[in-house]
Write a protein that binds this ligand. Structure first.
Ligand code: GTP
Ligand code: MG
Length: 363
């Protein structure tokens, strides 16, 4: 041990103690010094840990029921994502409710009329198009069933349009294009179709298989058609979930609230989330105190594909973290604490690594 600590100090300018965590890079360098082969075991994901701990949570086949599709809106800044969503929501909110909708989250469940005339639910997630928000777009693409790519008919395909296409492809999610702002006099649909084809999104009207719907968030043109295409896509995907399973899902965003403490907007992806459930997410855990729906109303439970605002965790999880409901609060606490310690060690190791490289510059 002393030899290793000495080597870290002399050769790698790292002040280490006997129970120090090293970054994988630094560990690799030290291993090289000793001529040792180093294999770094992949850290267990929270899901793997929980499966080990509580057994498999694979859904029970006979419990599976159809769940609403989750649709994420992606696209370049200002191409009209939020306006389109607003239009979809206001056109489909039951009479008497319009005006009562408040923007509590970037995720909403909307009641729509499908291609078969049936009323059904679709959950939409809005994302920002500014280039600074790459990770939010990537997360959005990863927790969705279908991506609506909004491309303004005036500007056409732009850098974040291409980035969004890449996220959707990486997540293996089908893309439906909304060619928006079609009401504008300077709209140039043919240019946009050509640009889409150049990105490998060959439009249906050109014999390809990408649906391109001409929309206007201003006049409402194309909105119903877009909804019907989404409904059709959802039917093709045959989306199912087990409402009786322990709930799991993904954190869309999270923050500290003055009164409620840690508050997260989360998407329930399987199972049913209930007030009083024990949740573990990121480095946080706790018993769920309150659940609010997308209108800010207090609810007792939330089923598959529902966005919900959750309070009761001891720590704020990160956007993109998975959440799981477990049935043992003491084990949840232990797991959360172990994960917190691990993260602290990792952060420290990363910090030491930076210090040592900075020192090396002046050596
Ligand atoms: P970010 O979230 O910043 O990426 O923008 P966004 O894609 O959500 O765009 P947003 O809905 O905020 O719309 C940007 C601007 O375009 C606003 O001024 C809208 O009024 C306008 N706009 C959006 N859709 C349409 C449309 O269909 N036609 C016209 N004429 N204007 C639109
Ligand atoms: Mg927006």
């Amino acid at each position: 041990v002393n030899d290793v600590i000495g080597k870290l100090m002399r050769q790698h300018r790292t002040l280490a103690t006997i129970n120090q965590s090293l970054s994988p890079e630094l560990a690799g360098l030290v291993a090289l010094d000793y001529g040792v082969d180093l294999t770094i075991a992949q850290a267990q994901t929270l899901e793997e840990l929980l499966v080990e701990e509580f057994g498999s949570r694979a859904p029970v086949e006979e419990n599976l029921v159809t769940r609403p599709p989750v649709v994420t809106i992606l696209g370049h800044v200002d191409h009209g994502k939020t306006s389109l969503l607003d239009k979809i929501r206001s056109a489909n909110v039951a009479a008497g409710e319009s005006g009562g909708i408040t923007q509590h989250t970037a995720a909403w469940t909307v009641e729509i009329k499908g291609s078969d005339g049936q009323s059904k639910r679709v959950t939409f997630i809005d994302t920002p198009g500014h280039q600074a928000f790459t990770s939010m777009r990537a997360r959005g693409a990863n927790m969705t069933d279908v991506v609506v790519l909004v491309v303004a008919a005036v500007e056409g395909v732009m850098p974040q349009t291409i980035e969004s296409i890449n996220h959707a492809r990486a997540a293996k999610v089908p893309i439906v294009v909304a060619m928006n702002k079609i009401d504008r006099a300077d709209a140039n649909p043919d240019m946009v179709l050509g640009q889409l084809a150049a990105q490998g999104l060959n439009p249906v009207e050109w014999g390809g298989d990408t649906e391109v719907i001409r929309t206007s968030a201003q006049t409402g043109q194309g909105i119903q058609e877009l909804i019907e295409i989404l409904d059709y896509q959802a039917q093709l995907l045959d989306l199912k979930a087990d409402p009786h399973a322990p709930a799991r899902g993904t954190v869309i965003e999270a923050r500290i609230d003055q009164g409620l403490g840690s508050v997260g907007t989360m998407l329930v992806q399987d199972g049913t989330l209930k007030v009083g459930d024990v949740m573990i997410s990121g480095q946080g855990y706790g018993r769920i105190r309150t659940l609010l729906n997308d209108r800010g109303e207090s609810i007792k439970e939330a089923g598959p594909s529902t966005p919900v605002i959750v309070s009761g965790l001891n720590n704020v999880p990160n956007a993109g973290d998975k959440f799981y409901v477990v049935d043992d609060v003491d084990r949840a606490r232990q797991i959360a604490e172990e994960r917190e310690t691990l993260q602290r060690q990792k952060d420290l190791a990363a910090k030491n690594q930076t210090v040592s490289t900075a020192d090396a510059l002046y050596a």
